[in-house]
Design a protein around this ligand. Structure first.
Ligand SMILES: [Fe+2]
Length: 443
């Protein structure tokens, strides 16, 4: 038994049995998430898992170790007096950005770590997983009450890294002239004549967005998703679908990347500096646009949502189209109550797909999954936001400058990781995330 010192807690048999069910369910989800990370890495050779192809990318084996470090640092070491640290050197190697925890290895140098090997990292994972399961089985109730919110956070943290593993290995493979495929392509339906595309109108007015930590029960959300608060919306409409590759190709062909009038000043400077002429992973060969995917390279499919565009490109495309990007409040209001179904990572496409042909006119489609949708909203704190005390407070709050919000999840986002209130964020020039856009317009 892992015990906390202090007074015993008196409770009823039914409360005890409900808590035991919650504990078993969290334990099961923890195990499943650990296995999923290992399954995602199983396609990769040791050489694949060691490469860092740009500073934003982390090697696969670093993700596998860092997600274990998170459980070790924030749960096992503080809460389990019998826990044996696997290797004290890992605190330096696998701390990502937590200043309160101590110094860390520089992020751009993660690709230089030929040691520890993937076998040692596998043993580290097994060690941490076994200790976490022991904690779940043996901790007394007061310890488990402290542990369970952190287990939940650790599960969602590892799911974020599962998405990063797919983003990162895609970039690693894209810079290899052999253009290796991560997995075999899965078939999907291509609609004949294209889906029925239109607009959905919203009256605007006073609405609420964000996660309600007070009345939201025990449902998990990251701290940055709340508090729930009021917003005022002017009347607007949203496109029924994300912008497609076909739409985006028109922008490319009409000289979108050569005409400064469509671009924000910083965006135009980035286009010229980086020589952008199309989304990341697009390449022109013999007059045909080709796209690199996790299933290898193929021609661009015009009906699928455009992906791997930066905020600058999404914004320029919207201006070229005579429209704008939605704010995150507009997006969340429009998505409220939608089922959390879509082309997410469990569909195993790992790429946005064309919409299925069943759409009715103007119905909002593909809000969940396929591509993260850039919004016009900067990533800043909601009113009355307070990060939690201690190192865990560094999880989200300290990144609230110079980034833009994306909504809705993508084809590489774990399905049970998604929420309508989920706020993803990246710098406006980033495009290695599975990021696309949906147009909006004032009424
Ligand atoms: Fe992390």
């Amino acid at each position: 038994m892992i015990r906390q010192r202090g007074n015993p807690v008196f409770d009823t048999a039914s409360e005890r049995s409900a808590r035991a069910d919650d504990r078993q369910s969290l334990r099961g989800r923890f195990e499943a998430v650990r296995r999923e990370s290992e399954a995602l890495a199983a396609n990769l050779s040791p050489e694949d898992q060691a490469i860092q192809s740009m500073p934003d990318v982390s090697p696969t084996k670093w993700h596998l170790a860092h997600t274990s470090w998170f459980f070790e640092t924030f749960l096992l070491e503080p809460l389990d007096p019998g826990y044996r640290t696997f290797d004290p050197a890992f605190a330096y190697l696998f701390n990502s950005y937590y200043d309160a925890v101590g110094p860390r290895h520089p992020r751009p140098e993660r690709g230089l770590l030929s040691r520890p090997t993937i076998d040692t990292i596998g043993a580290y994972r097994d060690h941490v997983t076994a200790a976490m399961l022991r904690l779940a089985d043996q901790a007394d109730d007061p310890v488990w009450r402290q542990a369970s919110p952190l287990v939940e956070l650790g599960i969602h943290h590892e799911q974020q890294h599962q998405e990063l593993m797919l983003m990162d290995i895609k970039h690693v493979f894209s810079v290899n002239p052999l253009l290796p495929a991560y997995h075999a392509p899965r078939p999907y339906a291509v609609p004949s004549g294209g889906p029925a595309r239109g607009w959905t109108e919203f009256a605007g007015g006073l609405h609420e967005i964000g996660h309600d930590f007070g009345r939201g029960g025990t449902a998990f959300a990251f701290d940055n998703e709340g508090p729930r608060h009021k917003v005022w919306l002017e009347p607007f409409r949203l496109a029924s679908h994300p912008a497609t590759c076909g739409d985006y190709l028109e922008f490319v062909v009409e000289g979108g990347y050569r005409r400064p009038e469509f671009w924000l000043s910083d965006g135009w400077a980035t286009v010229r500096q980086q020589d952008w002429e199309a989304p990341l992973y697009w390449r022109r060969e013999d007059g045909e646009w080709r796209i690199f995917t996790l299933a290898g390279e193929r021609r661009v499919e015009s009906a699928e949502p455009v992906c791997h565009v930066s905020f600058y490109e999404a914004d320029a495309f919207a201006r070229w189209a005579g429209r704008r990007l939605p704010t995150e409040a507009e997006w969340e209001h429009a998505a409220a109550g939608m089922p959390l179904h879509g082309n997410l990572a469990d569909s195993r496409h790992f790429h946005p797909c064309p919409d299925a042909p069943a759409a009715t006119d103007g119905e909002l489609r593909q809000m969940i999954g396929d591509v993260w949708e850039w919004t016009a909203s900067p990533y800043v704190a909601y009113p009355r936001f307070r990060p939690v005390a201690g190192a865990i407070g560094e999880y989200n709050g300290k990144f609230m400058s110079n980034q833009m919000v994306l909504r809705g999840g993508a084809a590489v986002t774990p399905a049970d990781h998604m929420r309508i209130t989920y706020r993803n964020f990246f710098p406006p020039s980033a495009r290695w995330a599975f990021s696309g856009l949906r147009l909006a317009e004032d009424l």
